[in-house]
Design a protein around this ligand. Structure first.
Ligand SMILES: Cc1ncc(C[n+]2csc(CCOP(=O)(O)OP(=O)(O)O)c2C)c(N)n1
Ligand code: SF4
Ligand SMILES: [Mg+2]
Length: 298
């Protein structure tokens, strides 16, 4: 006999399957790449939230992470390196009903795209953002990014870089965000829960996904992560910035969970709600309009 719980699982499985690519004739990521479990967790989270393909737009940056655009059956846009956030914000502003997901690497986000990140957080665009934090420029064969540890030997920089890396959460927490969470590609259940929380958030949900890249990041593997990640303790209050900084800035262990949450912040669309009556949404531009009177003049 079908129970409501069983039916919910059957429905979720159907949504998950709809996102699953039927064409195997594509180039995949390297064996053991953290991008596989990240994409799987994303599909699981969407399925559990009942978000079907027609309701979701995926915006991909350039990089190994961005090649996820070819590996999912969905509405996708593949933008320029570092520019995915303005693209995603534009999609949301054009069609408020769409659930918009943006994905980018650490190279794109903390070098080419750092100004876009700052303004996405500042404006609190209603977008779920997944940072694929593999601490290197992977697609271009493993150069140091702004998140690679100081003096870490990498391609093109055998002795590493003498400069301090950014700490992604230190940067984002300094920008007065509304939602910051951290998860890891070694823990698919935790990624799924975290992405579900991000999908429910009404503003800009920043999720740092600590991602293994076994081909170019030999210094932090899935095995290393399993020994150095820890769930946030019960005592942590995500609405307390001091506690968010304490746990968010730790690199050993890396704390997983909801680092910071400001449920009271107005998102971008709420700040411009007064304009709704006056200005057309971009979606109106593709609606059918009667232009026969205009044509009759010629
Ligand atoms: C403006 C610009 N700069 C550089 C490149 C070259 N490029 C393409 S992918 C890439 C590395 C991507 O690294 P990251 O963003 O961390 O993504 P990952 O491949 O690690 O997932 C670089 C440097 C580019 N395409 N455009
Ligand atoms: S180079 Fe790294 S990030 Fe890119 S596909 Fe291979 S393992 Fe994944
Ligand atoms: Mg990277």
């Amino acid at each position: 006999m079908t129970t409501p719980k069983l039916q919910a699982l059957v429905d979720a499985q159907k949504i998950y399957n709809d996102y699953t690519l039927r064409d195997d004739n594509i180039n995949w990521w390297c064996g053991g790449c953290g991008n596989y479990p990240i994409q799987n967790a994303l599909k699981r989270a969407l399925a559990l939230q009942g978000l079907e393909r027609r309701d979701v737009m995926f915006c991909f940056d350039v990089g190994c992470n961005g090649n996820g655009a070819d590996k999912i059956e969905a509405n996708t846009i593949h933008g320029l390196h570092g520019r995915v956030l303005p693209l995603a914000a534009g999609v949301k502003i054009a069609n408020h009903k769409m659930q918009v997901i943006a994905e980018a690497g650490d190279g794109a986000t903390f070098s080419e795209g750092i100004s876009h990140l700052a303004h996405a957080v500042r404006n609190d665009y209603p977008v779920l953002f997944l940072l694929h934090d593999n601490q290197n420029y992977a697609l271009t064969t493993g150069q140091p990014s702004a998140l690679t540890p100081k003096c870490q030997s990498m391609n093109c920089a055998p002795e590493g870089l003498e400069v301090e890396p950014f700490h992604p959460l230190e940067v984002v927490l300094g920008l007065k965000p509304s939602f910051v969470a951290q998860t890891c590609s070694a823990d698919i259940d935790h990624m799924t829960e975290t992405i579900q929380a991000g999908l429910k958030h009404k503003g800009f949900a920043f999720i740092n996904v600590l991602q293994a890249c076994p081909t170019y990041n030999k210094f932090i593997t899935h095995e290393w992560y399993l020994e150095h990640i820890q769930r946030l303790p019960e005592e942590h209050d995500p609405t307390n910035m001091e506690s968010a900084r304490k746990y968010g800035f730790s690199s050993d262990p890396f704390y997983l969970g909801q680092i910071y949450l400001n449920p009271d912040r107005k998102n971008f669309l709420e700040t411009v709600a007064h304009r709704d009556e006056n200005s057309p949404r971009l979606i109106d531009e593709v609606a059918h309009q009667d232009i026969s009177k205009l044509l009759a003049k010629f």
